[in-house]
Design a protein around this ligand. Structure first.
Ligand SMILES: Cc1ncc(C[n+]2csc(CCOP(=O)(O)OP(=O)(O)O)c2C)c(N)n1
Length: 394
């Protein structure tokens, strides 16, 4: 299929954005998007991150695709099964078919080539094989977007063709001395729940009307459980998105939301509350965020040096200067603190500044014994957040 026809079908269905880790089969699409200012292709650090970015865009009302080689479908299984499927997010996945049975390919693609279609279906994706027929693709896409939930199109070799050559990129590599606002070691003083409680007024925009509050995305495990339990039932908390699975995807999802809001000049801020284990799982997302530099994105990491939610097993974070990593990736501000007062002061400063900003807070492990879980279903939580994001701009 000529890429112009394929891209037109995407555009007819309101898809102008996507994120991915490419496969040569998608070169026509990626090059086409690079040459068309109305389209945006985000180069993600992993396929799971691409899924998270597309999901965040969908939440903010901007239909999007995630693109990957079928080898990368393996890297995306968790974000598909624990984010797209349970939350009912209608992202479109474009998956290449290396190692297609009957077509000689490299040995490393052989097994995945045999199971690609079944794997996509097993993951809960409404799966199609992309035909050489733009009208058929468009009607599949229409049905997929109307039906809710994610879909996939398996793209065989040569199925997409044409398009411009890749633009020549003249890149300058960033390097240099980064200024850390604060150096030294940080001894935790408070728990994750204390830190979340201290943030509550900021998460509510200091009492701003609900539609004008920041969008808040909290990571999996006890962070979302505590935030939910602290106050979800108290007032209007529609600005909260509790990510109950898809470990490591909160920042990618927040990036997708921030990009989609920026695309329509919606000035609301986006706050991601992450954990050190989750951040380390998809550390590459820091580079993606730094390269796009979304001005309204604020990344907060509650760092207990442990996978506290699963029993406190240690992570590598105490040995890593995460704020330095964030700065080196292109965040505008990055700080580490350990006292509640410094933490809240820094958070306020960040929210009043251009992002992306990064705030690492040293906390204790431990949670209350009777901690519950969100009773809001993922699908209801997604719909609620989508409705919040669809409300007017601040
Ligand atoms: C892909 C995946 N692997 C493992 C888990 C199990 N798990 C849930 S929460 C969690 C720990 C998260 O650690 P961190 O982000 O540091 O947050 P903390 O629990 O310390 O607050 C783990 C390992 C999961 N949900 N998903």
């Amino acid at each position: 299929m000529q890429i112009e026809k394929f891209a037109r079908a995407l555009a007819q269905q309101g898809i102008h954005s996507g994120a991915g880790v490419p496969c040569s089969f998608f070169t026509p699409l990626v090059n086409y998007m690079a040459a068309d200012p109305a389209m945006q292709y985000i180069s993600a650090a992993s396929e799971g991150e691409a899924v998270a970015i597309a999901a965040g865009m969908c939440a903010a009302g901007r239909s999007a695709f995630a693109l990957m080689q079928n080898s990368g479908l393996g890297n995306a299984v968790n974000p598909i099964t624990s984010l797209l499927v349970p939350y009912g997010i209608p992202a479109a996945l474009l998956v290449s078919h290396r190692g297609e049975p009957g077509r000689p390919d490299e040995p490393q693609h052989e097994h995945m080539g045999q199971i690609t279609e079944q794997l996509a279906e097993l993951c809960g994706l409404r799966t199609h094989v992309l035909a050489d027929d733009a009208a058929a693709f468009e009607s599949e896409l229409t049905a997929a977007l109307a039906g809710g939930g994610p879909s996939a199109w398996i793209c065989r070799k040569g199925r997409l063709e044409g398009g411009p050559d890749a633009p020549v990129r003249h890149v300058e590599l960033a390097s240099g001395t980064y200024m850390m606002p604060e150096h030294g070691s940080f001894t935790p003083e408070i728990t994750r729940e204390d830190a979340l409680r201290a943030l509550l007024p900021l998460l509510d925009g200091d009492g701003a009307a609900p539609a004008h509050r920041p969008a808040v995305i909290s990571t999996t495990g006890k962070t979302s459980r505590e935030l939910y339990e602290l106050d979800d039932s108290a007032h209007d908390k529609t600005n909260r998105f509790y990510m109950v699975g898809s470990m490591g995807c909160a920042a990618g999802f927040g990036l997708g939301v921030a990009q989609a809001l920026a695309a329509r000049d919606d000035s609301r801020r986006v706050i991601v509350i992450d954990g050190d284990g989750s951040l380390l799982m998809k550390l590459g997302t820091l580079a993606t965020i730094g390269s796009l530099a979304p001005h309204k994105l604020h990344h907060i990491v509650l760092d207990n040096g442990a996978h506290d939610s699963t029993g406190g097993q240690h992570t590598a974070s105490p040995n890593v200067d995460l704020a330095a990593v964030a700065l080196a990736c292109g965040y505008r501000i990055a700080e580490t603190w350990s006292s509640e007062r410094d933490f809240v002061t820094a958070a306020r400063r960040h929210l009043a500044s251009d992002g992306p900003t990064f705030l690492r807070m040293a906390i204790h492990t431990g949670a209350r014994k009777d901690l519950g879980r969100p009773t809001l279903t993922p699908a209801a939580g997604y719909q609620r957040f989508r409705d919040f994001l669809a409300r007017g701009t601040a």
